[in-house]
Design a protein around this ligand. Sequence first.
Ligand SMILES: Cc1ncc(COP(=O)(O)O)c(C=O)c1O
Length: 391
Amino acid sequence: MRFSALVERIAGEGADAWVTHYEARRAHERGENVILLSVGDPDFDTPQPVRERAIECIRAGDTHYTPASGRLPLREAIAALHSARSGCAVGADQVVVLAGAQNALFASSLCLAGPGDEVIAVEPMYPTYPATIEASGARMVRVPAPAANGFRIDLDALERAITPRTRALFFATPSNPTGVITSEAELARLGELARRHSLWIVADEVYAGLAPGGRVPSLAAAMSDRVITVGSLSKSHAMTGWRAGWIVGPREFAVHVESLVMCMLFGLPGFVQEAALTALGIAPAAEAQVRDYCGSRREFLLAQLQGAKGLHCFTPEAGMFMLIDVRATGLSGFQFMRGLYESEGVSVLDGGAFGTQTGGFVRVCFAAEEDVLREACVRIRRFAASLPANY
Ligand SMILES: Cc1ncc(COP(=O)(O)O)c(C=O)c1O
């Protein structure tokens, strides 16, 4: 039997990136002495009031269909959060509630580009981006944010990459895996290019709540006709499993996403939406808690790995990940990941999963308890010291 051409475009690198992680998770579940620092899932619980609200709603029978684009009070709360973060006043009719930022990225991709089009994405990028973008039939064009440039976008390369076929630019700020926040100056140049070439800008702000002050510089206010902002509660509220996210953009765009939702998702569960509303109600405190947690773990990890043989940490501006440059060990990120897992049982992610710019790096998630991080660092140092490289 035959499958569609789509199946080729959605298989591949995004899926492969997680093989070691899944192996480690199975080992962990079997009770083996394995440390998982390979996935961006905060190591603490969703806030209690959020969980309580969901339970209360289930008990009250809130288990039926909901409006496809999301309940009005939730869309109003998201609009208010977006306005506060970006300075761009939006209405609830410009918001669509989706199953996480991933679902929002997918909806953007399908509504903005198609066969024959090109979509630019900044590399390193979250491993789902290639399949998400190419699912639309468009070709993804990579623009580097090179290690030698502190993982900041090469804006000249970006300008050169734009062709008459280019429809949109996707990037994450703060970035996963680098933790770099796109600056006002970078956004100004990016916005100028988008205006000149009539491009959509898709800003993936899933980590915005973890940035200093809970917000990142945004083009949404300056270019409200072409900026699409993607967000979710996954990271800011330790709610990865709830699949509660959203998209904010021009009304016309939201209408198209609503049509897509009608044939794709058909609305999030009501109890998830009510819990999400509770989460947004406590957002400043919840986000501050995650930020403090991640900030202290970042400093802890940097201190624990200071002077480790052949390893250089890249300090993130925000988020829950740190890239470790392993090039001096003579290993690639993939080899280091495999070797570390096989000899020490520590699961990190190969930087190559995010593209060629990070092929000599591994990504460590530091949203974990200090004891876990301490033990992981002992093992990482021991593994690095055991390598026979000339450094
Ligand atoms: C940059 C980036 N975008 C999107 C997502 C997906 O987030 P969500 O859980 O909201 O779908 C992630 C998850 O790690 C991410 O790192």
